[in-house]
Each structure stands twice: as structure tokens, then as C-alpha cells.
Design a protein around this ligand. Structure first.
Ligand code: NAD
Length: 323
């Protein structure tokens, strides 16, 4: 039986990834500093470990794993990474995690290692025009990420690439673009735009209003969790040794996203624009390289994923009595 270690298995993507690997019949160990928040992990073994601790990290590699997925990071949405208050923690914590995990994998002789980078590595100067952002993989240099979170991801990409070059390791690197779906953080300050807007819509009265950070014209694309996992496994098991975008190329403004969610909820809402952390003006996934390299790219429509995500968040809101 093939085996996998998922670091960050208590988080949104890691938790879903564990389920997907279990569906494939693998033996799975999950590691995180906390258990998943909304449902029990299906991992065969779940270890509560702080991956900033090198000794504890080396101990996680206690068997011959065929695959290691490194998703653990100190991260959140714009309200966490763009306010400036968490920059030192983000860089310190995530850099330590990445340094420890990649070196533990080297020592243990792991077959394949996957690292989750981010679209936040792309330079600010290519994302000023909301209608025309450039996020092709090769445009990442000269580097100018818009956040320390992006700089740490760029450092970590280079870390995994150097381990591949100097130690012959097989490393796969994805640049995720705004992954969303049920069982993601939806309140508390670390939630990302789709979850935050689903929560606001679920809490609003029909005919009322919701707050939007910025002018709402900033654009993004959003990838549903199922397609993210499909792309992750395809990349992991491919021979692609350069970083690859994993995202949707269906670009939409934040106002457009809010309206789409309100439509799903069957509510008429007005949008009240307020000052807030917004990140770059425009960003979408460029899927030419993934199509060329893997012969596949995400294709599901945003609206489909929004329906199930809204339904799940509306249930959470109702259960906490906030509706
Ligand atoms: P998440 O925050 O839900 O999951 C990250 C997990 O890492 C959390 O469960 C957290 O507890 C764990 N973690 C943090 N510090 C740890 C430590 N010291 N030891 C052990 N575990 C620790 O985030 P996610 O949305 O599931 O993202 C997974 C990965 O994908 C992250 O690396 C993130 O940067 C990257 N990514 C995500 C998105 C997205 O849209 N969700 C976009 C780009 C990149």
C-alpha cells in the first residue's frame, strides 16, 4: 500500500487532501499543530506536531513515505497577510516549517515532495491593471511580491528547488490561486474573500447591504477545492520540475463575486465600499503552462463551487445563531 504524509492536514486544503488520498486507497499520516476544525480527519494516523521544531519534524518521517505534501503555513486571507501586523510571524513560522520539512524529507529519502506556493509570489508591477494582470510562471522575476507572505513563498520555492538540484530530490511546486470550498475558515480574521463574502451574505437581510473592502473593482480568480486536489495530484505524479500555477482563469471582480453569491442566496443586497486591505488590483491564473505540461487544466465554472460553499457557510452561520 502506498503511503503519504500530509503536513498541514488540520487546515482547509490539507484536510480535503487527506480524504482524497484515502479515497485512492493510500495509507495516510496527517500532521498539524491543530486538528481539523469542522470534521474528523480520515488520516490513518494524525500527529499534533509543531513543524517549527526540527526534532519533532524529523520524527514525523518515521516510515518510507512515497509522497509528502507540505501545506503547513502561517497564513490567512487579506485581513491577515496584508495588514502588516503578522509579517514577522508569517516569515518566521513558515520559513522554519519549510526548512525543517524539506530537510527531514531529504534525510528520510522520501520519493516525492510537494510544496504549496502561492500566486502571491507574482510581482506587484504586473498586477496593477484589474482587467489585464500577468501571472505567467516565467514572469515571477524580477521579484516584487506585494506581501511578506509572498516573499516567504518565493524563498521556499527556491529552497525546494535547491534541494532538488543539490540532493537529487523530486520536488513538485504549485502556485495556488485562491482556493475555496466547504470546510474552509469562514470567520475570525484568517478567512479569504469567497468565505468572507458568503458569511456576509448569509448574515444580511434581504434588501440590506454588505461591506466590501476597497472599491470592489479589484479582480481575482477562484479555484474550487476538488479541482485544486485533482491538479495537485496530477502535478505531484508528473515529471514537471518547475513551479506551476494551479488556479482558475475565470476572472471576476470582488463586486462581481459578491453579486454572484447574493444571487445564489436569492437576496437583493447593496454593496457598501469601505477602506480595507485589498492586495493587488488584478490577479488571475495563467493556465497555458499547466495545459502544456499536464495536458489538463481546471475548467469547472466558479458558480458551481460557490453554490456548495455558500450552502455550507449559511449552515455554519445558522448554527452559530448569527443569521
Ligand atoms: P490553512 O491555514 O487552512 O492550513 C495551513 C495549516 O498549517 C493549518 O491547519 C495550520 O494549523 C498549519 N500550521 C501552521 N503552523 C504550523 C506549525 N508550526 N506546525 C504544524 N502545522 C502548522 O491554509 P490552506 O488554505 O489549507 O492552505 C494550505 C497551503 O496552501 C498553505 O501553505 C498556503 O499558504 C497555500 N496556499 C493556499 C491558498 C488558498 O487559497 N487557500 C492560496 C495559495 C497558497
Amino acid at each position: 500500500m502506498k503511503s503519504a504524509l500530509v503536513c498541514g492536514a488540520g487546515g482547509f486544503i490539507g484536510h480535503h487532501l487527506v480524504s482524497r488520498l484515502k479515497d485512492e486507497g493510500m495509507w495516510v499520516c496527517g500532521v498539524d499543530i491543530k486538528p481539523p476544525e469542522f470534521s474528523a480527519s480520515r488520516a490513518d494516523e494524525f500527529k499534533l506536531v509543531d513543524l517549527r521544531d526540527p526534532t519533532a519534524t524529523y520524527k514525523c518521517l518515521d516510515r518510507d513515505f512515497d509522497e509528502v505534501y507540505q501545506l503547513a503555513a502561517d497564513m490567512g486571507g487579506a485581513g491577515y497577510v496584508f495588514t502588516g501586523e503578522n509579517c514577522a510571524a508569517v516569515m518566521h513560522n513558515s520559513a522554519l516549517i519549510n526548512i525543517n520539512v524539506v530537510d527531514a524529507c531529504r534525510q528520510a529519502g522520501v520519493g516525492r515532495v510537494f510544496f504549496s506556493s502561492s500566486a502571491c509570489v507574482y510581482p506587484l508591477y504586473n498586477q496593477q491593471d484589474p482587467q489585464n494582470p500577468t501571472c505567467a510562471e516565467a514572469t515571477v522575476y524580477p521579484a516584487l511580491p506585494d506581501s511578506e507572505y509572498g516573499w516567504e513563498k518565493l524563498f521556499a520555492e527556491r529552497l525546494y528547488l535547491t534541494y532538488a538540484r543539490n540532493y537529487g530530490m523530486t520536488c513538485r511546486i504549485a502556485r495556488y490561486h485562491n482556493i475555496f470550498g466547504p470546510e474552509g475558515t469562514w470567520q475570525g480574521g484568517r478567512e479569504k474573500a469567497p468565505a468572507a463574502l458568503c458569511r456576509k451574505v448569509a448574515m444580511a437581510e434581504d434588501g440590506g447591504e454588505i461591506e466590501i473592502w476597497g472599491d470592489g473593482e479589484q479582480t481575482r480568480s477562484f479555484l474550487y477545492i476538488d479541482e485544486c486536489l485533482e491538479a495537485t495530484l496530477r502535478l505531484m505524479r508528473s515529471d514537471c520540475d518547475e513551479p506551476l500555477n494551479i488556479g482558475s482563469d475565470e476572472m471576476i471582480s470582488i463586486d462581481g463575486l459578491a453579486q454572484a453569491i447574493a444571487h445564489i442566496a436569492g437576496k437583493k443586497l447593496s454593496l457598501h465600499h469601505i477602506a480595507g486591505p485589498t492586495g493587488v488590483r488584478g490577479r488571475t491564473s495563467d493556465n497555458r503552462l499547466i495545459r502544456e505540461t499536464l495536458g489538463w487544466a481546471p475548467s469547472a465554472r466558479l458558480n458551481e463551487g460557490l453554490k456548495s460553499t455558500y450552502r455550507w457557510i449559511a449552515e455554519q452561520v445558522a448554527a452559530t445563531g448569527q443569521a
